[in-house]
Design a protein around this ligand. Structure first.
Ligand code: OSB
Ligand code: MG
Length: 370
């Protein structure tokens, strides 16, 4: 495959409701979309990096710059390109995994569309639908939280994840557990605690949570292992798992017993599959995390979540949980599940009119002549 040009497009996607986490409140997503233009089919990539570097070190303007200045020049130099080689071609550039993930996704989509192969089949999916959960932001009151969660459960979501932070943890979890005794419930701290909070976090043990996600900072694997020894609730890592090798280390150290897989965080869908493989080899359950993706990223994530090791419900919700108008055909929840797209590549189509409406800038970067 020969890459002719890459379109970089920024779109503004207002969220249905502000999404509050321990690191800040997101009201809208400023998304960088890539379109890989080849001699065959075009392919789409979505960069999941948020506006500010608060979840991890990456942010959308930084991704935009590193893609233009350091990543695309290396891709254009490759005479023959295929998705499986993108990681190696970009490997001289350290880190910047969300930027690399967006590129690999676009190239992979172009390649799979050209040979009429769905993402799901390429990745090794074994299911036609995936179980969906919903990630619930920090609310203004417990009363409001109960209403919001009741609404999601009525829609059919199979698991609730509650964002927590110091001051919003034991009481909201207790209220949810009392009101919904049988619901699958888990919490996500986005690194808001320290190891000194171990006794406090152990108070969550009585609520039969599926897991506690990323209680401590990204680099604190040893501290997570010490915390795990003091909690009955299983620890799941998100931010810390930046690669398959990081997953192997975390598991071996006893830092986690469950892993959240986010393709963007680990540098792409192909590394995400390797994270799945490593975890499966260790008997560690995985589930697919989310970054409030549009229909493009959601399509890829649903395909990934259909792999055999994804045994827990995903942070993949229907389009209408995030956006009034998605840029692809909407993903609709049915019986608490989303259907895995079966068409070529990502298997979804971008709506040109909607895309035009939400676009804030477009730029075409062409392969240099020589
Ligand atoms: O920590 O899982 C997280 C969204 C943005 C950044 C980090 C996280 C999240 C979510 C949302 O929890 C999950 C979703 O896309 O529904
Ligand atoms: Mg998380």
């Amino acid at each position: 495959m020969k890459l002719q040009a890459v379109e970089l497009r920024r779109i503004e996607m207002p969220l249905i409701a502000p999404f509050r986490t321990s690191f800040g409140t997101q009201v809208t997503r400023d998304v960088l979309l890539l379109r890989a233009i080849t001699e065959g089919c075009d392919g789409w990539g979505e960069c999941c990096a948020p506006t500010e570097p608060l979840y991890s070190s990456e942010y959308v303007d930084g991704c935009d710059l590193v893609i233009r200045r350091h990543l695309l020049p290396r891709l254009f130099e490759a005479p023959q390109l295929d998705a499986a080689r993108v990681d190696e071609i970009l490997s001289p550039v350290q880190g910047h995994r969300m930027a690399k993930a967006a590129i690999e996704m676009a190239v992979l989509d172009a390649e799979l569309r050209a040979r009429s192969e769905p993402f799901a089949r390429h990745l090794g999916a074994v299911r036609e639908t995936v179980d969906c959960g919903v990630s619930v932001g920090i609310q203004e009151s417990i009363q409001r939280l109960l209403e919001v969660v009741a609404g999601y459960l009525t829609e059919g979501y199979r698991r609730i994840k509650l964002k927590i932070e110091p001051g919003w943890d034991v009481e909201p979890v207790r209220a949810l557990r009392e009101r919904f005794p049988d619901v699958m419930l888990q919490v996500d701290a986005n690194a808001a605690y320290t190891l000194a909070d171990a006794r406090h976090l152990a108070r969550l043990d009585e609520f039969d949570l599926v897991l506690i996600e990323q209680p401590l900072p990204e680099e604190q694997l040893r501290a997570h292992a010490e915390l795990a020894a003091q909690l009955a609730t299983p620890i799941c890592l998100d931010e810390s798992i930046v690669s398959a090798s990081a997953a192997a280390d975390a598991i071996t150290l006893g830092a986690c017993s469950i892993v959240s897989v986010k393709p963007s965080r680990v540098g792409g869908y192909l590394e995400a599959r390797r994270v799945h493989d490593v975890c499966q080899a260790h008997g560690v359950p995985v589930w697919c995390g989310g970054m409030l993706e549009t229909g493009l990223g959601r399509a890829g994530n649903v395909a990934l979540a259909a792999l055999p090791g994804f045994t827990l419900p995903a942070d993949i919700s229907a389009s209408d949980r995030y956006y009034r108008q998605d840029i692809t055909e909407p993903f609709v929840l049915k019986d608490g599940r989303l259907r895995v797209p079966a068409g070529p590549g990502l298997g979804v189509t971008v709506d040109a009119a909607v895309l035009r409406e939400v676009t804030t800038s477009v730029d075409l970067v062409k392969r240099p002549d020589r």
